[in-house]
Design a protein around this ligand. Sequence first.
Ligand code: NAP
Length: 276
Amino acid sequence: MSVLGLGRMGTALAGALLGAGHDVSVWNRSPLKAGPLLDRGARLAATPEEAATADVVVSCLSTYDSQQPVLAAASPKVLVNLTSGTPEQARGVAKWAASEGIEYVDGVIMAVPQGIGTPEARILYSGSEPVFEAQRGVLEVLGEPVFLGEDAGLAALYDLALLGMMWSSMGGYLHALALVGTEGITPERFTPMALGWHAAVGGFLTGIGTQVASGDYETDVSALDINAAGLALLVETSRAQGIGTAVPAALKELFDRAVASGHGSHAIASVIEEIR
Ligand code: NAP
């Protein structure tokens, strides 16, 4: 095995592989970062090409742009690409790999470095299923591997969709902290309430997904116009309390457009029509 890229994530990946008893060589643009891994038994490759003599190469650099020349120099036999990017970038590398005779699977890491090698880590893969299955054993060392399909861009698509949910949630939470903070309420006091509420909101997702799948937005629970009015109250109160409105204002604008398009009496799920 070899790992290209020893940032926070690449170091964690190489560490997990070493911990599982694999023979690991590593390459990084700044070789000094390899020190702790070398102490644990890793071998330092002087070039990406040298690292690519391993059976399987895991690549985890900051971006596809930084990765491209490294991969071109390495030209490995089997490549597991764990650098984050767009679906088009993943498909581009898959195409390049096929033209070079490189066996390729793309992956995205749904975990922080500290979670790698623990049951908390899940890594989503797409691309060649035979390559994925052949490497499943070693991929299980890094985190729970989930194969999504043969389109190499799928993992990146899921990644961005899921991260979008995460960023929206974090944005909502930070706005909430800023709002209650205007009255001296600390994160410590508010967060238990937020956690319970966040779990309750998670419980709505299946129903929303069912409505989106069917296109039937009838509701006897909560209509969009009531929620749009609630967002207006949140924007007004945020302004009155002297904090920014960027987070709720973006949603208010979207909900208002959906109401204007005739979805006022429909469920929140109908907002997807406006997004589309
Ligand atoms: P990082 O700590 O910033 O490390 C970036 C790595 O990319 C380093 O090895 C760096 O080398 C290398 N690099 C950057 N530009 C380069 C260039 N032009 N040529 C050669 N090497 C270059 O980032 P990270 O947190 O490890 O993230 C790596 C990938 O994992 C990203 O795509 C990220 O989205 C993904 N990811 C990270 C997390 C996370 O929580 N950290 C979670 C999921 C996915 P030097 O050491 O020489 O600078």
